[in-house]
Design a protein around this ligand. Structure first.
Ligand SMILES: Cc1ncc(COP(=O)(O)O)c(C=O)c1O
Length: 400
């Protein structure tokens, strides 16, 4: 390999490091949970975990593990095939039916990840004559998926319904054949819930289709965890839902799109991440099926998650921190400066709390933060411990 090329790569890496943006991965030595064991220079440490998407705490659930282990024995380890060649087991169709039933849609289609589901959604359904109108804070996978389609792109300012209407009018004025509005259900960096009622009203007024990425909601928000369309009372007015099996629903991996039958049928024919990528592993499919069954009935876990969310918000506010307002288990502690966010993450690490600092380009310049996430795997003592650690670390750094 050319030395010039490797030197170029090394200088890019040095630039990332110099900008303070280099991400280092810490190693966890056991299962994902509310308390995790983390490898450190002086051995293994137990820490309270405030940054997993393990909202209902199902990532290490005994019944899910049992279902996955049984499928491993009955259906084998892997499929070694894409779905349409020889990669569809009864399990895959069962899981698709369970997702569709859960979200009130005709059918669902599985992907290796929601990143793939969002990458697959737009290109087969919309052409150059069509328009996609996307919230400016939408997840990276939506941005990439939109780029892969030939449809004309419009962007509206985050949650700004006047701007959404302006963009819908512009798309209509440009003669768009079909218009599709796409939004995250819960915005992962801020924890805000999309204004789905107003979005659906506007979409109906301008004849647009509505797609929602509900990765940070399915399983723990809404009745039975049916997500933001249920919570906001719009239900079936949302035409397409994309979601993940890698967060609340067991946290393994996998993504899906749920929608009406012709949409799913066309995606099975044309979606490239579906046609040209391996089938979900049987143990993941079986574990996810069990996770959906558990999540639907888990009002107790949703109540616990809500209790932690309220307590943690109140505790940090009383301690003097600035939080972004909201009602979801995503609680961003705003620090502004990227270096301060990193120092705060380190101070919390030293106090036994596992968090991650987020700064530009993941969030806008000057909006660096520690994004905390609540989980039903945490208990009340963990929340007290974490509030005390935040207060102590915040004082030591002069933040509060
Ligand atoms: C809003 C949103 N969409 C899509 C994804 C991708 O999901 P997956 O991990 O299944 O690829 C994520 C994960 O970070 C997300 O937060």
């Amino acid at each position: 390999m050319s030395q010039d090329f490797l030197s170029h790569i090394s200088s890019v890496l040095k630039g990332i490091e110099a900008d303070g943006l280099y991400k280092r991965e810490r190693e966890i030595t056991g299962p994902q949970s509310g308390r995790i064991k983390v490898k450190g220079a002086s051995g293994e440490r137990q820490m309270v975990n405030l940054c997993a998407n393990n909202y209902l705490g199902l990532a290490d659930n005994a019944d899910i593990r049992k279902a996955a282990a049984a499928a491993l024995d009955e259906f084998g380890f892997g499929m070694a095939s894409v779905r349409f060649i020889c990669g569809t087991q009864t399990l895959h169709r069962e899981l698709e039916h369970a997702i569709a039933d859960y979200l009130g849609k005709d059918d669902a289609i599985l992907f290796a990840a929601c990143f793939d589901a969002n990458g697959a959604l737009f290109e087969p359904l919309l052409g150059a004559e069509d328009a996609i109108i996307s919230d400016s804070l939408n997840h990276a996978s939506i941005i990439d998926g939109v780029r892969l389609s030939k449809a004309k792109r419009f962007r509206y300012a985050q949650g700004d319904m006047d701007d959404l209407e302006t963009q819908l009018k512009q798309a209509a004025a440009d003669g768009a054949r079909f218009k599709l509005v796409v939004t995250d259900g819960v915005f992962s960096m801020d924890g805000h819930i999309a204004k789905l009622k107003q979005i659906c009203d506007l979409a109906e007024r301008y004849g647009a289709i509505v797609a929602v990425d509900d990765c940070h909601a399915t399983g723990h928000i809404g009745d039975e965890g049916r997500g933001t369309p249920d919570l906001t009372g719009v239900g079936s007015r949302v035409d397409i839902v994309t979601g993940t099996l890698g967060k609340t629903l067991g946290g393994a991996m996998g993504g899906f799109i749920a929608a009406s039958q012709p949409i799913i049928d066309l995606l099975r024919q044309r979606a490239r991440p579906y046609l040209f990528s391996n089938s979900l592993a049987p143990a993941v499919a079986a574990g996810s099926l069990k996770a959906i069954e558990i999540a639907r009935a888990a009002d107790d876990l949703r109540t616990k998650l809500g209790r932690h969310t309220t307590r943690f918000r109140e505790g940090l506010t009383q301690a003097g921190f600035t939080l972004l307002p909201g009602e979801t288990p995503i609680i961003p502690v705003m620090l502004g400066d990227a270096v301060l966010a990193q120092r705060m993450a380190k101070a919390l690490d030293e106090r036994g709390v596992y968090v991650a600092g987020f700064f530009y380009p993941v969030v806008p310049q000057g909006k660096a933060r520690i994004r905390t996430q609540m989980s039903a795997a945490l208990d009340d003592q963990d929340i007290t411990f974490a509030i005390d650690a935040f207060a102590d670390a915040g004082k030591s750094l002069g933040i509060i």
